[in-house]
Unconditional design. Structure first.
Lengths: 223, 223, 223, 223
DNA sequence: CATGAATGAGCATTCATTCAT
DNA sequence: AATGAATGAATGCTCATTCAT
């Protein structure tokens, strides 16, 4: 016979009564932050509203008050995550650089950002597990990302004009390659490092991989 | 006293009486096949044992009889999936080809296999969502994949010796790039095609992407 | 197209709609009461959460809300049962009586209480079937029972001092004998009365047995 | 997310195919022995046919072949247990001893036997948890125990005739007291030793308790 | 006499969600 | 704006038992 595993939840409340904040923005931001971690960590189905609520300054009820449902919360998390990337991306000012340097910087940035933000990477990976059903509902995200391709496009155009890039470059395809190479490192780190017994997170390994990705993309783009 | 009841009208069962197979191998194979689809589609947490059982020729009980738990079933699915790739991979006979052609064929195969087997890709993506916790328990998979790297290594060695590849190639890193480029197409197809409004699954798009990945890898490997 | 369906005929629920109490204390007390009966009747493994829930004013879900698990509920039941005995025991005021009368009263009380509370007796019997694994986890019960032995001890001391009890009395051992004689009557009533074809529950039999137990203990305690 | 707890039961059998004994008596005896331990340890509801089968030299199917059901097996276990006590009890030859010594020996034997056979004690305790429903079905046990009371009766009669025992002794009641005092020590050892922090199983404690029980019964029987 | 495969009914537990205040 | 109490519908899993050979 087994010993009881779980502590019985007795009547007395554990939290000292959440002390109503009366600050909706702070409350929603708090929820969003906790939810991002939870959804990124466990995925949509794996995440638990109860656990999110418990890590929050507020109560479970507030999640429903502000976000309506688990789906609503997840979508808000996803939108916020995409918003963050794009807003930084636009701040790179790649137009000021010569095309090769611009492309280099873009690749390195993509790699570095995803490495520094595994939550974003995992949210996207999970959204794909869900067949993109939530992203399909979000006009916000889709509009947001339209200009993203323009960045690559501009670099390509300038590179071709400058005679350093091949003429048949497809910006969308190039963007995909950059993303793919950066994404895999973060998204598949567990299976990869287990199978190949290689740590991917030492500063040296990180830098080396960055160089190779940059080189791979540039070799491909050049004439 | 009640009137003698009419003999109870036997309602025909919806499933045509499971017709006990008494064939363990067929039963396990059946379960495994259905479970692979379900886990690939919904992920570990999203998958439902009940639904798997319903799509099976047998009952839910048999899943536990043969696999012990949801975890056990998932692990069996994962192992079978890895086993399938590797067994095909070894049948490629790349040794017979000159290094450049061998690398080309390897990249093309990787791309094609993953495209043709999204279940495998999604299982791996999901396993990474789970922090590789199941793969970590499977010695089978880890041993299975050891030779995988040897394939790339041999091609590299031969390519360097033949003077067509650069000397500083890192087989594991190269393998990663190949995987990354192939994987992304399948794993992130939903978010990517939604954001960039581009279908990735027309024969033309598929062939074009294959060519570009092959070229990208070969440009990188060459001197 | 189908003809518009008649409005669905609402079938009256068997239970008259649980009428949410919003009174946690009442809810927990209700659950605890029903659970005490069920655990006492069937033992820990034999008891069914479903059946407990059904006899309750609330639902199965609330059992988990307040007690966390079957184990948690059982422990709460056990603790409450012990608490009840001890609280009555302390209200006996045996100090006011001369030692022999005090011992008499204690024995008679023990006998009467256990006879009137077979649930308590059966819970203890069952807990012993479980090797005392739950009691071992409950500091509450263990502390609660410490003073119990003091009662016997005081009577012994006073009796020895008064010259009516033998000097070598061991309070714990005496307590054990009193418990043993009282306990058996309730705990083993089924096998005993079946084997010896003797009813143990007529008022006459009960009184007779009480007298004999009292006499047995007193004869043993006297010089 | 939790790590998988249970090892999946894979297809290959763990036991090397039980090697048909072709000796029904040995097989039933084996099953009975294992089942006695299991039922005594876990009680009727707690015991698992699967676990019994696993500890057996034969397979689960044989249990049903020979005993028909869990109930049938349990009843067989109970009957065998009772048979063992009574057969030893009749071998005591108490008639040869003077009444006081005979009673002493009977009490000591009862105490020692129960201490040495906790399985018997626990089976009886558990049968009482089941309201004696199985014993009620067994004529064997009930007939078996009829003579048990004769032993006490004879001693009483001889003691009264010899002028050493009081006239109003009730053999059944006396038997009950002896049983009660012996039973409690074994049946309630867990709760008792936990609450009173006293080990009951040292040789010294055992002997001391035996002396006291013997003395208690004799003091009660004497004039 | 013996067995591996198979199973229906039930069991403890969890989940996202809503009600009453 | 905020909340503790409450819940129906699953969800993974187990149990004693039987079938086909």
């Amino acid at each position: 016979m087994q010993a009881p595993a779980k502590p019985p939840r007795r009547v007395a409340p554990l939290k000292p009564a959440p002390s109503r904040t009366n600050d909706p923005e702070r409350t929603t931001a708090d929820i969003l932050e906790v939810a991002t971690r939870e959804f990124a960590d466990k995925g949509f189905t794996g995440a638990r509203i109860d656990e999110i609520a418990e890590s929050t300054r507020t109560s479970k009820r507030m999640i429903y008050y502000y976000f309506g449902s688990k789906e609503g919360l997840y979508l808000a998390v996803l939108e916020a995550a995409y918003q963050r990337v794009r807003s930084i991306e636009t701040a790179l000012h790649l137009d000021d650089l010569p095309p090769e340097e611009a492309l280099e910087k873009l690749v390195a940035f993509t790699y570095d950002y995803q490495l520094a933000n595994p939550d974003f990477v995992r949210l996207v990976a999970n959204e794909n597990m869900l067949h993109g059903q939530f992203l399909a509902q979000s006009d916000v995200i889709q509009e947001l990302n339209a200009p993203a391709i323009k960045t690559v496009q501009d670099i390509c155009t300038r590179g071709v004009r400058a005679g350093v890039f091949r003429r048949d470059l497809d910006p969308v395809d190039l963007h995909m390659s950059i993303s793919a190479l950066s994404f895999f490192n973060v998204a598949n780190r567990y299976t990869f490092s287990l199978i190949f017994k290689r740590g991917l997170d030492t500063p040296k390994a990180i830098a080396l991989r960055r160089d190779r990705i940059v080189e791979m993309v540039l070799r491909f783009a050049r004439k």
